[in-house]
Design a protein around this ligand. Structure first.
Ligand code: ADP
Ligand code: MG
Length: 247
């Protein structure tokens, strides 16, 4: 396969669970500074695609290249180290630690909990934590215990925990589920800001939110691409209306 200018090149990707192809010969390409949104009905294979990219699930066939590097058979932690961060649907933050501490332990130098607790809070880490906290709207809540945050704030904190590692590709699975209207607007603003200098893949159902953030939309159905392109193109695609938007 020849090199590409894409940050992420997925080609012929297939995963079979006991003969059932949850992702079926899928190819798509993501650019630098792009926000790609993946939409589609429940069971379409959206989460599985992220599982495959981050190495949690292994492909049966096909290739995933990140900056032209084959990552398809790498282990999860190796994939993280190449610069791919992934946020799951339920926030995995440390509830009894403060916002500051959650961000601090996610800073690359002190990644493990034990490393972080004995870790000297040098000026560089504090500066970076403050920068990220500002970005995720939590700068005034650094000393707050994470479990006392609102649902939306917890989601932002987890995004911050990924951002502090400065990934080149950030993947988010339904980040605004359960968020208020105001929180959704702020999250859209946050994603637009963090896509400067990196690529972002978002799985989302809220079409208003999708329209605000997406550079390009990929519609999945039964593990395959049903439609792809601008929000206006896919929104008006009769196939998409039939299997997804019409419901
Ligand atoms: P989506 O995120 O689009 O709702 P998923 O990727 O979660 O869909 O699931 C796609 C299909 O693959 C579903 O039918 C689901 O039951 C199946 N699936 C996902 N992960 C596994 C697994 N580890 N083992 C067996 N089946 C799975
Ligand atoms: Mg899913």
């Amino acid at each position: 396969m020849s090199n590409t200018d894409f940050v992420l090149a997925v080609e012929g990707l297939t995963v079979s669970f006991d003969g059932f192809k949850a992702v079926n010969d899928l190819s798509f390409y993501v650019d630098e500074n792009e926000i790609r949104v993946i939409i589609g009905p429940n069971g379409a294979g959206k989460t599985t695609v992220l599982d495959l990219i981050c190495g949690r699930t292994k492909a049966t066939e096909g290739s995933i290249r990140f900056r032209n590097r084959e990552i398809t058979r790498m282990r999860e932690h190796e994939i993280v180290r190449t610069g791919i961060g992934r946020k799951f649907q339920n926030p995995s933050i440390y509830g009894d630690l403060t916002v500051f501490e959650n961000l601090e332990i996610s800073y690359p130098k002190g990644r493990s909990v034990w490393g972080a607790l004995t870790f000297k809070r040098d000026a560089e880490v504090i500066k970076r934590v403050q920068e990220v906290a500002e970005m995720i709207f939590l700068a005034d809540l650094l000393d707050k215990q994470a479990e006392l945050l609102s649902h939306g704030q917890k989601q932002w904190l987890e995004i911050g925990m990924l951002l502090i590692q400065d990934p080149e590709l950030l993947m988010l699975d339904e980040p605004v589920a359960g968020m208020s209207v105001v929180e959704r607007e702020k999250t859209a603003e946050l994603l637009r800001r963090i896509s400067q200098g990196r690529s972002v893949i978002v799985i989302e159902h809220d079409m208003q939110f999708v329209a605000r953030i997406a550079d390009k939309v990929t519609v999945l159905h039964q593990g395959k691409i049903l439609s792809e392109g601008s929000i206006d193109k896919v929104k008006n695609d009769p196939k998409v209306i039939e299997v997804y938007l019409g419901h």
